[in-house]
Each structure stands twice: as C-alpha cells, then as structure tokens.
Design a protein around this ligand. Structure first.
Ligand code: GLU
Length: 567
C-alpha cells in the first residue's frame, strides 16, 4: 500500500467502494439525442426569479429532446439552510408547471422520484466520501488540519510578501504530511478538510466549448480547493461533479458565477477520468440603473423574489413567456407565428443567448401579462382570480363565490368591444378595475371617500337620479343608442350643454355638461370618474341592483343637503 492509500484508509475506513456506487447508478439507456439536465438550487434563501429563468430553459430543453429534467437540492451548507427551503423551491416549480422528472416533485408530503435518488446532497454524504477517498488514495487530494487561526496567519504572511492569497503550492502546508502526522492529528480528533492537490505552478489552459459562450480558454486551477468540509459534507465543486456524473447529466446549465471555478471542475473530471458534460453558463437577469446594467439584487429589488409575482397575481404563463423572450429574442417572432403552440415547445437555442446580463423590465412583463390575460376566456380569468384571491385576498374570493355567474359577466365587460378592453395586468388589479360591481367593495369605497360626484348642485343631481330611475325600469326595451339618445334629450331639456365647447361658450346658461350629467349616474354605480361603458354596466348590474344604488346615492345626497342646511 502506498502512503496515500494508507492515509485514505485511515480517513475513511468504512467508505464504500466507488465502483459499487457507480454500479448502482448505471448509465442511462438513451439513443444519444436525449438531454439530461438539472436545476440545482440551494435552499438558502427565497427563490429568485433568475432560478425560474434557468429552470424553465433546462426543463424545455430536456423535454424537447425526450430527455430528463432533474431537480437536485444542493443543501450542503448546513448553516445557511432554511427551514422550509426545499418546500419553497418545489412549490415554486409546481406553480410554474416546471415539474421535475426526477427529484422532489410533491410537497405534501415531500416526495422524490427517480432511479438516481437521492437527489438531495445532504443524503449522499457517504457517496462523496467514497470518491474523496479515491482521490486521496491516488495522491490527488489530501487531508488538511489547518485551523481558522492558522489560515488567517497564512493570509497575513501572503499579504506581507505580496503573494497571491490562497492555499496553493508552496503555501499549502499540509500537502506533505506524513502518515504519522496524519495519524497523530486523527488520534487527537483534530477536525480536517479534504483538499485537492492542484498542480503549481499550473501553466496549462483549460479549454471548454461552452454552449452559450463558445470556446473558452481559461488558466488551469492551481489552488488546493476544499472538496470535503470538516462536517464531512462536500463543497459545491466536489458535489456538483460527482452528482452530475452519477446522475447521467450531459448538459450543465447554470449561472455564470461558476465560470471562475470551472477549471477546478474540469480538473476533477480529469482526475476521475469522467466524461465531461456540455457546459452552458447563463448570464444573470438584471435591470438598468442609469447607464449601467446590474444583476437583480436579492436585497434591493423586491421583484427578484418569485413571491412578488405570486402576490401580485401574474399569470405564471406570462412570466414564463417573458423570461423566454429575454433569454432568446427569436422567441417573440416564433410566438407570433405559432400562437396556438404551448410556449414550452419553443426550440430555444443556447447559442442565441447573450453572454451579458439579460434585461428584465417590469413594464414589458406587464404588457406581456396584459396580453396573456386578454387572450384567456372569461371563465378562465374568473377561475384564476378565484385561485389567486383564495390565497392572497380572501374577501375577493367571497365576492366571486357569492355569484359566479355575475362575476363572469362583470369580468367580461368590454372584452368583446373593438378594440377590446384589457383592464387586468395582474389578478390583484381586479379590486380597482371591477370591484365596484360587488356591493361590499362598492359600499367600502363610499364609506371611505364618500361619493365622488361631479361638481353639480345636489338638487340637480337628485333630479338626474330620479330620471335615471325611470329609465332603468324600461332598460330592457331599449338599445344602447336609444338609451343614450334619451339621456341626451333629457339632459338638454333640463339645462345641460351637450358638449364642453357649448358649455364654455355660455357657461351662465347651463347647469353643467352632459359629461357631468352622465358622471352623476356613473358615480352612483361605480364611484369612479371613469369606467367601462355605462350602458353595459347597467345591463350587467340589472334593474334591482341599479335601483338600489340610485336610492343609496339619493339618500346620501339628501342627508348631505340636510346637514349643510343645518350647518
Ligand atoms: N447550487 C448551485 C446554485 O444554487 C447550483 C449551480 C449549478 O446549477 O450547478 O447556484
């Protein structure tokens, strides 16, 4: 046995043989065209919209090739791990319909599926130890017992001597520990990490053909990076290589923050003699700040968090479409040509993706969202609003549940006009745009702000409402044009100018304008200065509701008159 082998045996006497592990994870039986890729988040913070960006691309590419989309949970950072971190990730994927073929796919209970389980790194400890042991035995990795203080002292010394900071070559003090020294440290239970033994100096260049960035030539790694931490769990660099190989991943799609350590990953593939997957390093999504672009920040931008979109009520389909749009600008053209095809069928080309920040613009997302909703049937809209409001605004769910038929008619208003009304950008808009249809919401508006009537005399408004009351009784007999005509005739006969110009020419002669006249009716029914077509509103509300609102408004106006007379 060589010294390295003896050290390996000392460190991990019971680690299973890697060959046995490889046998448990046999290669996938594919024809060769299928793409196996993964989304590999760490459950250490809220789910970032950038994760959905990457996950969607991974899922679509895998599915279109007949391959596999894996969800792998990279939870090796036990300190930063969040309580419900995994559930939140899975829930987010499910909401977006990005259901993993392998890995966790349900949350209640949390369940994983797939031949290559477990897909949760903290459950794979013994696997990483076996492979680490193999590297140690081959002299390609070694245990290091340096304490935090010793490492700090090393950095100070490197600063003083103007050397590069890090654990490498001549500075890597534990590289040449003897068997006896290792034995002694282990006997004293000294915590240790496993480091890779990198060539130093390393004048080699690593050449990788990145699917997005093309040929990359990067200096080879010369740092003895940590592979296994003192808690026995791997670092990202080690786990990612082992898992991607064992799980048969042939396309590594991930954020470009990992480009810097790609040479280390390549080194590990070579050390084990593993076949390298295709790499695709995706630039982050970001926004403009002044003249520069910057990444969406977890701290500064609320829209970085997917929860923002769920709360506002964006249709997930709109977010996915917009994300595809910024990933690959040819998507928009394809969508116009294939309006009926599911967007998941868009054959995204990684080569079309940019290697710099993809701009994510809420204004554009809003417009995509508005168009997405405009294309839905009214029944679908009501179902979505119901689902959204049950979670985020239960009072709205109650209005809808009280009379779904009425809710459908209300939400349909103006959607068949030319051009159609597109009132909703997100589901949460419904309270402002259509809330007046629902008695409770309308009553709240009046209670909060009073009636927002136009500037006319109270007595005149009472008279207008008397007329409206008469009109509504016969509404079913008249078409819209006749109704408008009747209103105009009455208005004109009772001292209202039909146009603002007419009014301006002779203000003293009129009580107000026809616009104000109609404004009285509009306010009575909606308490808003502008609204969808009033005739349609009246038809949807029906005689009974309209009559009751007219009465309420009249009572309010009378009470106001009494008060001001009294005051
Ligand atoms: N856990 C890594 C991250 O969250 C995954 C990177 C990868 O996909 O390999 O950034």
């Amino acid at each position: 046995m060589s010294i390295s082998e003896e050290i390996a045996e000392l460190l991990y006497p019971s680690a299973p043989n890697p060959d046995g592990i490889i046998a448990q994870y046999p290669p996938r039986s594919f024809s060769g065209e299928e793409i196996v890729t993964r989304f590999a988040p760490s459950p250490t913070g809220f789910v970032h919209i950038g994760s959905v960006y990457i996950a969607q691309i991974a899922r679509n590419i895998a599915r279109q090739s007949g391959g596999v989309f894996i969800l792998r949970i990279e939870d090796t950072d036990q300190e930063r791990k969040l309580e419900r971190g995994i559930e939140e990730i899975v829930e987010c994927l499910l909401r977006f319909g990005l259901v993993p073929d392998e890995g966790f796919y349900t949350i209640d209970p949390l369940q994983e599926r797939g031949r290559y389980a477990s897909y949760q790194q903290s459950q794979r400890r013994s696997i990483y130890q076996s492979f680490a042991r193999l590297l140690v035995a081959r002299g390609l990795a070694y245990p290091s017992f340096q304490t935090e203080e010793e490492l700090q002292a090393l950095r100070e010394e490197q600063k003083l001597t103007k050397s590069n900071i890090g654990y490498y070559g001549p500075w890597a003090r534990d590289r040449e520990l003897s068997l006896a020294q290792v034995q002694e440290k282990l006997a004293a239970n000294t915590p240790f990490v496993i480091r890779t033994r990198a060539p130093y100096p390393n004048n080699e260049k690593v050449v990788v053909q990145d699917a997005i960035r093309g040929r990359l030539e990067i200096p080879g790694n010369d740092t003895d990076h940590i592979l296994l931490k003192s808690d026995g769990l791997p670092t990202y660099h080690f786990a990612v290589v082992i898992d991607d190989v064992l799980m048969g991943v042939n396309l590594v799609l991930r954020g470009d923050e990992w480009l810097g350590t790609l040479p280390l990953h390549v080194q590990l593939y070579e050390a084990f003699g593993f076949t390298q997957p295709v790499f695709a390093h995706i630039a982050p999504i970001g926004k403009k700040e002044g003249a520069t672009k910057r990444k969406l920040s977890k701290r500064k931008d609320p829209e970085a968090n997917v929860a923002y979109y769920f709360e506002k009520g964006y249709p997930t389909e709109a977010i996915l479409a917009y994300l595809l749009n910024i990933a690959d600008s040819s998507f928009e053209e394809w969508r116009l040509q294939n309006p009926r095809m599911p967007i998941a069928d868009y054959p995204l080309k990684l080569g079309n993706m940019s290697d710099s920040i993809a701009l994510f613009d809420l204004v554009k997302l809003n417009s995509v969202s508005r168009e997405t909703i405009a294309a839905y049937s009214t029944e679908k809209i009501v179902q979505h609003i119901l689902q959204w409001s049950e979670e985020f605004a239960p009072h709205i769910a109650q209005w809808i549940q009280a009379d779904q038929e009425y809710a459908c008619q209300a939400l349909n208003i103006g959607r068949d006009d030319t051009p159609p009304r597109k009132d909703l950008t997100v589901w949460s808009d419904v309270e402002v745009t259509h809330g007046f249809f629902f008695d409770k919401c309308f009553a709240k508006s009046v209670a909060d702000q009073g009636y927002l009537f136009p500037d006319l005399a109270d007595a005149d408004m009472l008279a207008i409402l008397d007329y409206c009351q008469q009109e509504v009784a016969t509404l079913h007999e008249v078409e819209k044009d006749t109704w408008v005509q009747n209103m105009k005739v009455y208005a004109q006969e009772h001292g209202y100018a039909l146009t603002p110009q007419e009014y301006k020419r002779n203000p003293g002669q009129y009580k107000g304008t026809f616009g104000q006249f109609m404004g009285v009716y509009r306010t009575t029914l909606t308490n808003k200065a502008s609204s969808p077509d009033l005739y349609q509103i009246i038809c949807i509300m029906g005689t009974e509701r309209v009559t009751s609102r007219i009465k309420q408004a009249q009572e309010w106006l009378r009470a106001k008159q009494v008060n001001s007379a009294g005051g």
